[in-house]
Design a protein around this ligand. Structure first.
Ligand SMILES: [Zn+2]
Length: 87
């Protein structure tokens, strides 16, 4: 939100002048940040890379080693608890 230091006041972009000036003192502020009328490029399924968005590096899609270790540990523990039910 644009701030005029001379007036010590925040101005809503819609309250500012069309050239981005302060409505009280006329000082040029950062400029009105009114939603642009130019259309943004649309994101389609063709140009959307989910692996890139997820931050995955490299081509290896397998689970990390610590996840496999955790699953192995859980299976061993639950198996041991099941065996203890009948012993
Ligand atoms: Zn001002």
């Amino acid at each position: 939100m644009p701030f005029c230091e001379d007036c010590a006041k925040y101005w809503a972009p819609s309250a500012m002048g069309s050239d981005g000036s302060c409505p009280s003192c006329g000082r040029h502020l950062d400029g009105p940040v009114i939603a642009s009328t130019t259309p943004r490029p649309r994101v389609t399924a063709d140009d959307l890379d989910l692996k890139k968005l997820a931050g995955q590096q490299g081509d290896d899609p397998s689970a990390p080693w610590h996840f496999k270790l955790l699953v192995t540990g859980v299976v061993v523990y639950v198996g041991w608890r099941i065996v203890n039910l009948f012993v």
